[in-house]
Design a protein around this ligand. Structure first.
Ligand code: PEP
Length: 250
């Protein structure tokens, strides 16, 4: 079995302030080991990125929650991959379900953003997941594979493997309802086995995070699953105490 380093990623969504950033960074500096055996990343809103990058402990990676699918140019109100790289970002979320739903982001737009991130050396985290209606209709595997396969068709397996996948069932995001460790494992295993049909080495190498009401009390069970390589954390990444409780399970 390939040794995959776990990643604990905090998606702050549209929360925070400059004071919040400074507080979180000093709390993480005090609580995190100098060289954790897992990766840690935080994803603030655009306008707080610079403050995070300038104040974070060296071991913490920083990412944006979104990026433009276009190169620099006449695209009012958007932020490019080149700008994120210039600022010092390491990663970027693409296709978070809140953007797929509220901003109508399609699979092909998400694939373009994934490619754009790679073009500027940012590690994209591709968020995928089914709604509760889709789960009830037995469409989970189809929906999730369609979301991933659109990226593969756009840029190929080798490029996909330079990113991270986050399985985030929409019904579990911000609802307090977590997928059981077995439900998460079932989908993670499905994703990995589908990828293995294309390329076994890549399938074993790529990290697949779980997201959806992950917290200190359930992180250990989730992270113990053989195909779960860490978590994308929303609500529980908003206090250092809650976030550290999850990191300690990694
Ligand atoms: C998320 O937004 O990526 C997420 C997983 O949120 P929460 O942990 O709050 O469910």
């Amino acid at each position: 079995m390939m040794n995959r380093k776990l990643l604990v990623a905090g998606n702050w969504k549209m929360h925070g302030s400059l004071a919040f950033v400074d507080e979180m960074m000093s709390a993480l500096r005090q609580s995190l080991p100098d060289q954790p055996k897992y990766d840690v990343a935080v994803f603030p809103v655009y306008i707080h990125l610079y403050e995070v990058i300038n104040n974070k402990p060296d071991s913490v990676l920083c990412g944006a929650q979104n990026l433009s699918e276009y190169d620099n140019g006449a695209v009012t109100g958007e932020v490019s991959a080149e700008m994120l790289q210039d600022l010092g970002c390491d990663m970027v979320l693409v296709g978070h379900s809140e953007r797929r739903i509220k901003n109508n982001e399609s699979n092909s737009e998400v694939a373009k953003k994934f490619a754009q991130a790679l073009k500027f050396n940012l590690t994209p985290i591709l968020c995928v997941g089914e709604s509760s209606v889709q789960r009830q209709g037995d469409q989970t595997f189809d929906v999730v594979w369609d979301q991933i396969n659109t990226v593969i068709e756009h840029i190929g397996m080798e490029s996909l493997s330079q990113g991270v996948i986050a399985y985030e069932p929409v019904w579990a995001i911000g609802t307090g309802e977590t997928a059981s460790a077995e439900q998460a494992q079932e989908v993670h295993q499905f994703i990995r086995s589908q990828l293995a049909l294309n390329d076994d080495t890549i399938a074993r190498r790529i990290r697949i995070l779980y997201g959806g009401s992950c917290k200190g009390s359930n992180a250990y069970e989730l992270f113990s699953m053989p195909d779960v390589d860490g978590g994308l954390i929303g609500g529980a990444s908003l206090t250092a105490k809650d976030f550290m409780a999850i990191c300690q399970q990694a």
